[in-house]
Design a protein around this ligand. Structure first.
Ligand SMILES: Cc1cc2nc3c(=O)[nH]c(=O)nc-3n(C[C@H](O)[C@H](O)[C@H](O)COP(=O)(O)OP(=O)(O)OC[C@H]3O[C@@H](n4cnc5c(N)ncnc54)[C@H](O)[C@@H]3O)c2cc1C
Length: 377
């Protein structure tokens, strides 16, 4: 862009930054996006790639997830990016898990209208070759979940922004400070009218007071991946088990959840202490992504616990059987977590600047919709 001038600057090349760049570009802004890394290497490439509407808070946040899903599908159609509308299965192997799921379906008309329903073990077997159906009591089938491959999707969305909307991508460029109209970067100053700060886990560089006031902590998660399961192999619906019902806000109001929690606390104390619940998704080339655990602190040690990884795999084995379960990669991810139940942090510390963060474990699911709400679509 001429003379380092733009209408909108976005700081951060993760999914939240990309989503805000897209929404600004779609309304006609000239947009520049600054990413400190040579490529975005934060939470947005370390996740499952689950666009997981079914787990979100009922009402407006669920609708936000569905809107994000539409945008993911639009980008995939235009760019050729891999995105599989696989849906999901919550596998219930204990009566208290069935009770939560049945209550959820009975009390969530919006999910029912989208085709979410309880199915039998035989119907589950027809949908998934990986779900264990011995001892399976029932499953919640939801058609709205979308599987993307984060390590491919994030660069694909960035390329789409540049190709389709002329967004100027400045990788390897750290924003050091903002005093509008000036954005000071390690590669010189830019003049812009407004800025969206989507800096993920970096609480210290820009507007540290916003993060201090928010009470956010960093959540550390352990993840694993298998090798490819075979040529053209497909997982089909993404899978999870009973522990997941304790994790997502969608089930917060289910009265039946108390009994499930009590049993899990008693039977799986290590899993509960380490915030473990287990999800299974796939990559574009047929690898399986497995996780995860949740630990909350401002500063984490950099070490992975093999005990935690074993606990994740043990629990996975209770509900899924993989063709080739050998693990080929392990990694940790981090995201800012608001500790008070809010689904996002949107704060304007000074006119023209908006800090957007705090989407926690649902940034892939919610960012596109949130950005449209923040900017207009
Ligand atoms: C292990 C794991 C699994 C998850 N699974 C899912 C899932 O399946 N589905 C889902 O919906 N969500 C999932 N999430 C959550 C989701 O990944 C996050 O909510 C989302 O990626 C956050 O995006 P972000 O853009 O805020 O942060 P990030 O992806 O961390 O991006 C922030 C970027 O800002 C850059 N940056 C920071 N400061 C500056 C600066 N001053 N100048 C320039 N650049 C800067 C950083 O380099 C970084 O690339 C998961 C998260 C993890 C960690």
């Amino acid at each position: 862009m001429p003379d380092n001038r733009a209408d909108t600057a976005v700081i951060g090349g993760g999914i939240l930054g990309l989503a805000h760049a897209l929404a600004a570009a779609r309304r006609g802004d000239r947009v520049v996006l600054f990413e400190r890394g040579e490529f975005a290497a934060g939470a947005s490439i370390r996740n499952f790639g689950m666009i997981w509407a079914i787990g979100q808070q009922r009402g407006a946040i669920y609708q936000r997830a569905l809107r994000s899903r539409e945008i993911w599908l639009e980008i995939a159609a235009k760019s050729g990016m891999w995105a599989a509308p696989t849906g999901s299965l919550h596998l219930a192997r204990h009566p208290d898990e069935v009770a939560v799921l049945e209550e959820f379906v009975a009390t969530t008309p919006a999910a029912r209208e989208n085709g979410t329903t309880m199915i039998t073990a035989a119907e589950t077997a027809a949908r998934s070759s990986v779900a264990r159906t011995d001892g399976l009591l029932a499953a919640l089938w939801s058609p709205t979940e979308l599987n993307v491959d984060p390590r491919r999707a994030i660069p694909a969305v960035a390329a789409h922004l540049a190709d389709e909307y002329g967004v100027e991508l400045r990788f390897g460029t750290t924003v050091r400070g903002i005093d509008l109209p000036t954005v000071s970067t390690t590669a010189g100053d830019w003049k812009v009218e407004r800025a969206f700060v989507c800096s993920g886990n970096d609480f210290e560089t820009l507007y540290p007071e916003v993060f201090a006031d928010s009470g956010a902590l960093r959540c550390k998660l352990q993840m694993m991946r298998t090798g490819p399961q075979g040529p053209d192999w497909q997982l089909g619906p993404m899978l999870c088990g009973g522990l997941t019902l304790l994790h997502y806000a969608a089930f917060d109001d289910c009265v039946a959840r108390a009994a499930l929690r009590d049993r899990m606390d008693e039977q799986l104390p290590f899993h509960r202490e380490n915030g473990i619940h287990v999800l299974l998704s796939q990559t574009a080339d047929g690898r399986l992504t497995i996780g995860d655990s949740h630990a909350y602190a401002m500063t984490h040690d950099p070490f992975e616990s093999e005990e935690v990884n074993h606990a994740v795999l043990d629990y996975l084995g209770t509900f899924a059987e993989l063709p080739d379960p050998r693990i080929t990669e392990r990694w940790t991810g981090y995201y800012p977590s608001l500790r008070d139940g809010r689904t996002d942090l949107v704060v304007s510390p000074t006119p023209g600047v908006t800090v957007v963060n705090g989407v926690g474990g649902a940034g892939m699911t919610l960012s596109f919709g949130l950005a449209e709400e923040n900017i207009g679509g």
